[in-house]
Write a protein that binds this ligand. Sequence first.
Ligand code: HEC
Length: 139
Amino acid sequence: MTNAQKWVALFLGLFLLLFLLERLTKKEEAQMPPIPSQMTEQAAQQSGETDGAGLIKRIGCVSCHGENLNGTKLAPALAELKKYWSRDGLINYMRNPQSYSRDERFNAYREKYKNVIMPSYGNIDVKELGKIAEYLLTK
Ligand code: HEC
């Protein structure tokens, strides 16, 4: 082989190597990432939905009580509930808000949010209601 031929062979070899490397890395890109990223997204969603704050979003309490539970025209703020409620008390209330005793606060609520009733959540797992109650009591 002449020197020139050696150079040509070297370049061809390098070219081939780069080409193969690119194919390999492309394949990895195409196959690998979507699966793990989908899974982590799902896992994040699932874990987000199982804590109190996540449940409150998922169930839709925020649509009446406000994004940060600060209250809206439809429903009062859910703040300082620990002044009035125990964990079990809150669970019972959520399961059956209509039967809740008519103390001052609730008479005022009924006056102020005349056209809205707090839905009852007896269909939701008590364990989940427990998590919601615990979360509400931290606010
Ligand atoms: C359709 C609107 C609406 C939705 C949805 C809703 N609420 Fe209410 N909520 C109310 C209204 C209105 C009141 C005021 C009491 C009343 O009028 O009976 C209330 C009252 C409450 C209270 C009592 C507040 C206090 O000061 O003691 C709690 C606790 C509460 N809601 C929690 C929740 C939780 C938790 C969810 C979701 C699981 C939820 N609410 C979903 C409308 C709603």
